[in-house]
Design a protein around this ligand. Structure first.
Ligand code: ZN
Length: 269
C-alpha cells in the first residue's frame, strides 16, 4: 500500500519500530540470526507458531482412502486361502488448520485495498510472517528491486514469499524485511511456520509497516498481477481473528472461473 495513511502513521511507526525491535530482541522473539538479509549470511532457527491458531470446519477434514481389506484368493490346487497385506499404508492427512499470517505482534488488516483485492495488515517491522496453512512454498523474492523513480509494478512487493496451501489456494505476503533461512520454492511448510519478517521493502518504503497479503489461485511463476491478490481476504482474516475461520478455497475457485483468460495485468500495472 502506498499513500494516504503514510502521513498519519509514519512518524509513530518509526518510533515504535525502533522500540519494538529492541523489545522483541530482548524477549528472544526476534532472532536476527534466524533470518537472511540481503547481503548477509545467516542461519536457520524456525520459531514455532503461537498458540493462537484455530481449526477449520469438519467439512475440510479429508477422509482416509486406503483400508486393509482381507482378500480371499483361489490357488491353482483348488484350495482357498485368506491373505492380508502385511503393512497396509494408510495416509491420514491432518485436518486443515488456518493461522493468522502475522504472529508475535499486534496486527490489524485493512478493510479495503486500492486498485485490486488484497489486505494491508498493519503491524511493526520484524514481526513473523507465517504460513497461513499447510502447503508448499511457491515463489520467493529475496531482492528488493523497487525504485520510486520507475515504480515498476512487478517490483512493488519488495521481498516476498508465496505458498500454495493444501487447500489449493495461493497465499502471498510482501514488503518483508527478511526471508527466513531455508525458505525456497517447493519446500513443504506447516501452518504457522515462519516464512519471513514484516518490513517496508518495495513500495512500502514510505508507508507505515505492513504485510501486504493477497489470496489467489496458483499460476506459473512470475504472474505477479494474480499473485498479489484476486479475492478479498478480509473475511478470511476476520474469521481467523475471531477463531471461526473458513477456507477461501471455494471463493478462489469461483473467482478463477469468473476471471477467464489471463492476458496479463488489468489494473495498477
Ligand atoms: Zn497492499
Amino acid at each position: 500500500m502506498r499513500g494516504r495513511s503514510a502521513g498519519i502513521f509514519g512518524a509513530a511507526v518509526v518510533g515504535v519500530t525502533a522500540v519494538g525491535l529492541g523489545v522483541l530482541s530482548a524477549l528472544g522473539v526476534l532472532d536476527r540470526a534466524a533470518v537472511e538479509r540481503p547481503g548477509a549470511q545467516a542461519t536457520v532457527t524456525p520459531v514455532p507458531a503461537s498458540p493462537s491458531t484455530v481449526s477449520s470446519s469438519p467439512a475440510a477434514v479429508p477422509v482416509p482412502t486406503a483400508s486393509p481389506t482381507p482378500r480371499t484368493t483361489a490357488t491353482p490346487t483348488g484350495r482357498t486361502t485368506a491373505t492380508t497385506r502385511a503393512t497396509p499404508k494408510i495416509s491420514v492427512r491432518p485436518p486443515l488448520r488456518y493461522v493468522f499470517p502475522v504472529q508475535g505482534c499486534p496486527a490489524s488488516a485493512s478493510q479495503a485495498h486500492h486498485d485490486y483485492p488484497a489486505a494491508d495488515i498493519f503491524t511493526r517491522v520484524g514481526c513473523r510472517f507465517v504460513a497461513p496453512v499447510d502447503g508448499r512454498v511457491d515463489e520467493v523474492i529475496r531482492v528488493d528491486r523497487w525504485s520510486p523513480k520507475t515504480n515498476v509494478a512487478a517490483d512493488r512487493g519488495g521481498l516476498a514469499v508465496s505458498i500454495v496451501g493444501r487447500d489449493g489456494v495461493r497465499y502471498y505476503g510482501s514488503h518483508l524485511s527478511a526471508i527466513t533461512a531455508g525458505i525456497r520454492p517447493g519446500l513443504a511448510v506447516r501452518a504457522g511456520q515462519p516464512l519471513g519478517l514484516t518490513g517496508r521493502t518495495g513500495s512500502a518504503r514510505s508507508t507505515p509497516a505492513h504485510l501486504h497479503f493477497g489470496i489467489s489461485w496458483p499460476t506459473p511463476a512470475g504472474r505477479w498481477w494474480i499473485r498479489r491478490g484476486i479475492v478479498p481476504p478480509q473475511r478470511f482474516l476476520a474469521g481467523l481473528k475471531t477463531g471461526n475461520p473458513s477456507s477461501p478455497a471455494a471463493m478462489v475457485e469461483r473467482a478463477k472461473t469468473a476471471y477467464g483468460v489471463d492476458r496479463g495485468c488489468r489494473a495498477y500495472c
